[in-house]
Design a protein around this ligand. Structure first.
Ligand SMILES: [Zn+2]
Length: 63
């Protein structure tokens, strides 16, 4: 198995794994960490926000 969060495997992801983090609004950051809101919505967040409290994830507005 290759490292799923490093290197060339990212090239297969939409936008090459990058985007704007819905929690901290950093742009062009790698969104590799899935979080699930209390209502069941799946969101991808950046490395920093992988450790964010659930309340931060729930505060993401639907887009
Ligand atoms: Zn973030």
């Amino acid at each position: 198995m290759s490292k799923p969060k490093r290197g060339r495997s990212l090239w297969n992801l939409p936008s090459r794994g990058r985007g704007t983090c819905p929690v901290c609004h950093s742009t062009r950051i790698k969104l590799l960490y899935p979080r699930t809101k209390t209502d069941g919505t799946a969101v991808k967040v950046c490395k920093r926000c992988d450790k964010a409290p659930q309340s931060k994830v729930d505060a993401i507005s639907a887009s």
